[in-house]
Design a protein around this ligand. Sequence first.
Ligand SMILES: Cc1ncc(COP(=O)(O)O)c(C=O)c1O
Length: 445
Amino acid sequence: MNAQPIPAPAPAELDAFWMPFTANRQFKANPRLLARAEGMYYWTPDGREVLDGVSGLWCVNAGHGRREITDAVAKQLSTMEFAPTFQMGHPIAFELANRLAELAPPGMDRIFFTNSGSESVDTALKIAIAYHRAQGAGQRTRFIGREKGYHGVGFGGISVGGMVNNRKIYGSSMLPGVDHLAHTLDIEHNAFSRGLPRWGMHLANELERLIALHDASTIAAVIVEPLSGSAGVVLPPVGYLKRLREICDKHDILLIFDEVITGFGRVGKPFASQAFDVTPDLMTTAKGLTNGAIPMGAVFSQRKIYDALMQGPENAIELFHGYTYSAHPVACAAALATLDIYAKEGLLTRAAALGPQWEDAVHSLRGIPHVIDVRNYGLIGAVELEPRAGKPGARAYDVFVKCFERGVMVRQTGDVIAMSPPLIIETAQMTRIVETLAEVIRETA
Ligand SMILES: Cc1ncc(COP(=O)(O)O)c(C=O)c1O
């Protein structure tokens, strides 16, 4: 595509925007700006092409600039830009819920709309507590999360999350009564596993230990990402998720899968629970739901949970929860257009077809100096680099910046470079991502 230059802000104009999850001073001294996008590519304001190796931020699954989404959004904006969903409704909200229910894992056909992954997580945690209370088990209020888990940035999400920088300064303000399972990353046993690691299923048994400590009667739910993305791509060992499911069932504890990254085709099925054949009770989603075009999230619930809450007088609100923008009509329009693209182009299963090729591509990075692990599943890949002495994350940050300068966008967390390209990726683009990364890692001491 012919990229026309777009004016970039002058250095002084960068000050007012307090950027999220960004080293603001470092960034503003040397900004990386994106001005346009189409298909697999971004363009910088001065017209330089950048291949998108991370789907924006794990969300643009169908690739950029999809006309169908733009048209649906424009049409909805001119038809009805907003309508409330508190004691009111609008048709496409119901249509979208029905469409999502058709895609969902077995029984998960009740959908609560939010605006982000963080809101989906807090919503699911609240539903879990409300469910137990409706069942006469109001003392079940504890949650079990997992180390290295990322569940967004709400107080609920950081409480059950397990990324230390997101938690440490908010310590005393977090939800009480939360405990954490050990994470499943073990480079000593599982380095360079192709697909799911074989070692580590037994780590799920730690849930029994936590249940023995707190007593099942106090625990509302266990929440995990079936496959963690943000902490640097941590895969579930073979059998691990099934074991969690069995233990939760045994003790009447709800299992919540946070599929904000894994949902909508990232791992070769619509949802990771289908890819791993383990069905949770609640499932949180966002990102790929609208292809990143309009903020939206959705919590999928087992019908039994919804039904349990439909009690009391008919004029009573059953769940005191919701957002002004829950099922925002413009977001619903974007989501419906996105689901149409996914269906028409077979994108929700394309990662399974491309998986072996992607796996070979990312594992070609094995053997390059400083590469201590390569991990992959579906269209997700990660390269873990040996940290520089006393400077955790510095090597991977340099790799990330150099890749961007050479026209490939990847994501850095700690010493991990993560990749999750749009599901429309072609072979030559996979090769370019991996070759650029190889070249840059070789040059980065
Ligand atoms: C698993 C998971 N949960 C929740 C979130 C938070 O989503 P958001 O940034 O839309 O609030 C993310 C974001 O990356 C995520 O990966």
